[in-house]
Design a binder for this molecule. Structure first.
Ligand code: FES
Ligand SMILES: [Fe+2]
Length: 370
C-alpha cells in the first residue's frame, strides 16, 4: 500500500499564466484554491517531533506546543531558507538548525544568537490550524478570511456512535480529477467490479442538485442485492435490499458519501437499517500531486474486528484502483502531444458542476475580470 510521503514533486504546470474564461471548467492546470480549510495532517502525525509537508505549493513545518496545540509555520527560515523542520524545539520555541534563529509559535523571531538585539521585524509566516477529532485543518489563504465556521462537518470521525477504518495515499494526480471521480458513479462496476459497484446501481436514476458551492447526488435503488462493501459487513450479501446514497462535493478539500442500506424483511429482532459514511479528503501538494486520506465509517458492529478488517481491505483496494486510474489519466493528459477535448455525457453533469464551482472560486481568488 502506498503511504503518505514527505517528499515532493514539482508542479506540472505554471499557474500564473492560466487563462480564466467565462463559463470555464477547472482542470489540473487551474490555480489552486487557497481560501479554503484543508487537512494538513492526521492528528496522530503531529507531535513534538517536527514534520514537514508541502501543501498548496508551500513548504510547511508542523509540531505541537508543550500544551499540545498544533502549530504550522512556513518551513523556510527567513534568513537563509534553511528548512525549519530540520531545526529543534526548545519548549515552544523552534530554533533554526543553521544559525540558531528562534521563533515562537506565531512565527515571530524571539532571538537571533549572532545579533546583540533581536530583529523585531523578522518573522516566518504561521498558519491557523484547527484540530477536529483525527484531523488537523489548516488555512493557507488570506488570514482575515480564516473562519472556523467554514470547516466542513466530519463529526462521525470522532463520535462514539461510529467506528471508522482509515487509510491514505500520496498520489500524482490532481484534486479536480479526484472530485470528479467521486461524483462519477458510472465507473463503479468497471473500475471496482464486485466490491463497490453493481450493474443495476450504475443504471439507477440519479438526482443532481447544487446548493451554493456544494454539489449533491442522491440515488436510490430498491430490492437489489448490495455490492460486497455493504453486503459483507451487514451480512446481507445476495439479499435484495434498499440502498439510499448521497454523494456530496462538500468543498475543494472534502467529498463525503452517505450510504444507508435497509433490509426490508429483517429476521425477527434483527437490525434493518445500516449506515456508512465515507469521507474522502484531498489536499493538493501542487497541481500534479495530492495528499489523500480516506475514512470508511459505520454505525453498527462497532467492536467487530472482522468488519474492520474487511472494510479496510475492500476500501483500500477500491481507492487504490481510483488512485492508479487517475495517475494514468494525468500521465496521458500531460504527456500526449495531441490535444483532445474530452466527450461529456449526461451522467458527467455532477463533475462538470464541481469543475465550474472550482473554476469560479479560483477566478475570484485571482481577481480575474471577464
Ligand atoms: S538560515 Fe536560519 S538562522 Fe540562518
Ligand atoms: Fe472509484
Amino acid at each position: 500500500m502506498k503511504t503518505i510521503q514527505l517528499k515532493s514533486i514539482p508542479a506540472i504546470t505554471a499557474t500564473d499564466t492560466y487563462a480564466f474564461a467565462p463559463g470555464g471548467f477547472a482542470d489540473h492546470t487551474t490555480p489552486l484554491i487557497l481560501n479554503c480549510w484543508y487537512v494538513a495532517a492526521l492528528a496522530s502525525e503531529v507531535s513534538r517531533d517536527i514534520i514537514s509537508r508541502r501543501l498548496l505549493g508551500t513548504e510547511v513545518a508542523m509540531y505541537r506546543t508543550l500544551a499540545g496545540e498544533p502549530v504550522a509555520i512556513r518551513n523556510r527560515c527567513p534568513h537563509r531558507s534553511f528548512p525549519l523542520a530540520k531545526g529543534k524545539l526548545d519548549g515552544d520555541i523552534l530554533q533554526c538548525g543553521y544559525h540558531g534563529m528562534q521563533f515562537d509559535p506565531s512565527g515571530r523571531c524571539v532571538n537571533m544568537p549572532s545579533l546583540p538585539i533581536t530583529p523585531s521585524n523578522a518573522s516566518v509566516r504561521s498558519f491557523p490550524m484547527v484540530e477536529r477529532g483525527p484531523l488537523i485543518w489548516i488555512w493557507m489563504g488570506e488570514a482575515d478570511k480564516a473562519d472556523e465556521a467554514l470547516i466542513p462537518d466530519t463529526h462521525w470521525l470522532h463520535d462514539a456512535k461510529w467506528k471508522s477504518v482509515q487509510g491514505s495515499y500520496y498520489m500524482k494526480s490532481d484534486y479536480i480529477s479526484m472530485h470528479e471521480n467521486l461524483l462519477d458513479q458510472t465507473h463503479f462496476p468497471f473500475l471496482h467490479p464486485g466490491a463497490i459497484g453493481t450493474p443495476e446501481y450504475a443504471r439507477s436514476k440519479l438526482d443532481v442538485r447544487q446548493d451554493g458551492e456544494v454539489i449533491i447526488i442522491d440515488r436510490q435503488l430498491k430490492n437489489s442485492p448490495p455490492p460486497g462493501v455493504y453486503g459483507v459487513p451487514t451480512g446481507l450479501t445476495g439479499k435484495p435490499v434498499h440502498r439510499y446514497s448521497e454523494a456530496r462535493f462538500a468543498s475543494p478539500a472534502l467529498h463525503v458519501a452517505f450510504a444507508r442500506i435497509v433490509d426490508p424483511t429483517p429476521a425477527e429482532g434483527a437490525q434493518s437499517d445500516y449506515r456508512f459514511n465515507i469521507t474522502h479528503i484531498f489536499t493538493p501538494e501542487s497541481n500534479g500531486a495530492i495528499h489523500y486520506w480516506w475514512f470508511n465509517s459505520r454505525d453498527f458492529k462497532l467492536n467487530d474486528q472482522a468488519a474492520d478488517d474487511y472494510l479496510h481491505e475492500a476500501s483500500a483496494k477500491a481507492y487504490l484502483e481510483d488512485v492508479d486510474a487517475l495517475e494514468w489519466i494525468l500521465d496521458v493528459v500531460t504527456q500526449d502531444a495531441q490535444p483532445q477535448f474530452d466527450l461529456n455525457f449526461a451522467p458527467d453533469k455532477p463533475g462538470l458542476l464541481m469543475r465550474r464551482v472550482i473554476h469560479d472560486r479560483a477566478a475570484k481568488e485571482a481577481g480575474a475580470s471577464y
